[in-house]
Write a protein that binds this ligand. Structure first.
Ligand SMILES: Cc1cc2nc3c(=O)[nH]c(=O)nc-3n(C[C@H](O)[C@H](O)[C@H](O)COP(=O)(O)OP(=O)(O)OC[C@H]3O[C@@H](n4cnc5c(N)ncnc54)[C@H](O)[C@@H]3O)c2cc1C
Length: 393
């Protein structure tokens, strides 16, 4: 049975089965009925309630790819794609489920000790533990080697001091996968990752930052003041592995950014095609202006091209062969196109496109960050550029 894309009806080469189709329809129901209608309330609060994390856990929509022994369903990557696509399709920007399921959980699964996996993964899958990743600091974002947070050895563990900013899920987080320097003199080799429980003394949260978009998602400053953690908090139990661990995991994060960006393009197109069919100007539908048709034809073509590239990246990832440069190309190009197409779609809405009652206005504001987070697009180009020969840094 072939399963076309949810939003475009385009044929797909991805190996979807009937089970994926059932999973998609229950995910769609969840996002449409339980998540999207609450966005306005959560935007006011700048936070999602813990109950909606628990609910996603109950329904099997958190960390479904984890093996059953850690609370998951042993699902394949296409389940992650479906969840991200359906969340975007519903217009619900929060909660940041993919951060939990597709960014943080894989760190533990891939690098954690058995004790670390048992301690956190089942709770992440049930929604009892909300997780975040703490890399960025006020003075170090793109240049992660420049982080200043330190983890100094004590008699029985580490003392952590420093500060993080822009941390998604930061207000809700029970667990932070924290990047800190265990050896300040060793550059990239001196960075380690820690599993930090936010109930520990010495941890505090700063502001829930007010953002241009994504208002329902919490993004916070975090502070660590002589926070004592046991040796067992070091991810994988070996110091100095943080940087390669981060670099390795970023491939999947960039792929998921691509999935979300392409889904945003599909949604923007669907909304705009409907709008220009309904809206009249100069005695005709806005769709009947050649400019409108050309703009949307260009966007539809770009969407089809991007779908083909995204599919190839997904297939490569599932085969274990997606490389950092190709994932950087996907992240760079999909987010550039998402922003350009959403902007064109907003233009075709006229003044209504600037009014937040219209979803295209929110998409414009919510989507802008995609060119910056998960590695700024300039960094993506740098990664791609390094494959051209010459500089190898
Ligand atoms: C809403 C939101 C959520 C976020 N979530 C998280 C999170 O959960 N965890 C986390 O750790 N971080 C998170 N971040 C941080 C995000 O990853 C960083 O903002 C991003 O990596 C860029 O770092 P910076 O802001 O320090 O910018 P800088 O590093 O100061 O860069 C500024 C600009 O300089 C240019 N630039 C920098 N370096 C180069 C270069 N080598 N070559 C060319 N140009 C360059 C780029 O144009 C870049 O955009 C989030 C940020 C936001 C806004």
């Amino acid at each position: 049975m072939s399963h076309p894309y949810a939003q475009t009806g385009l044929p797909t080469a991805l190996p979807y089965t009937d089970e994926h189709a059932i999973f998609r329809s229950s995910a769609r129901r969840f996002f449409e009925t339980e998540v999207a209608p609450k966005q306005a309330e959560w935007e006011e609060a700048h936070l999602t309630p813990r109950s909606i994390w628990k609910r996603a856990g109950e329904l099997g929509f958190l960390c479904p790819r984890l093996p059953e022994q850690y609370g998951g369903a042993g699902a394949d990557f296409l389940h992650a794609v479906i969840l991200a696509e359906e969340q975007v399709r519903s217009g619900a920007i929060a909660p940041m489920y993919t951060l939990q399921s597709d960014v943080v959980a894989p760190y533990l699964l891939q690098y954690g000790t058995e004790e670390q996996k048992q301690r956190y993964l089942p709770a992440m899958a049930s929604g009892d533990c909300i997780a975040s990743i703490g890399m960025t600091e006020p003075s170090a974002g793109s240049d992660l080697q420049g982080i200043r947070t330190t983890a100094k050895r004590t008699k029985d563990g580490y003392a952590i001091n420093g500060q993080k900013t822009f941390i998604s899920n930061g207000i809700n987080a029970d667990l932070v996968v924290l990047a800190a320097k265990t050896d300040a003199a060793a550059g990239a080799r001196g960075v380690s990752l820690f599993l930090v429980d936010t109930a520990t003394r010495g941890f505090s949260r700063g502001r829930n930052l007010k953002k241009l978009g994504q208002h329902a998602a919490d993004t916070a400053e975090l502070f660590f003041d002589d926070m004592r953690v046991p040796e067992e908090a070091l991810l994988g139990g070996i110091e100095g592995r943080g940087f390669p661990q981060l670099m390795d995991r970023l491939v999947e994060e960039r792929l998921m950014t691509g999935v979300v960006s392409v889904a945003m393009i599909d949604r923007a197109l669907a909304l705009t095609i409907q709008y220009v069919k309904d809206r009249k100007a100069f005695g005709q539908r806005v769709l009947d202006f050649q400019n409108t048709r050309f703009t949307l034809a260009e966007a539809k073509t770009e969407a089809a091209v991007l779908h083909a590239f995204l599919e190839q990246c997904i297939l490569d990832f599932m085969a274990g062969t997606l490389d950092p440069a190709t994932s950087a190309m996907l992240k760079y190009w999909s987010t550039e196109q998402q922003n350009a197409i959403v902007d064109d779609c907003l233009q075709l809405h006229g003044g209504y496109g600037y009014i937040l009652d219209y979803p295209i206005a929110k998409m414009w504001a919510d989507g802008r960050i995609s060119k910056i987070y998960g590695g700024a697009n300039e960094i993506m180009k740098d990664i791609i550029g390094r494959t051209l020969g010459g500089r190898t840094r």
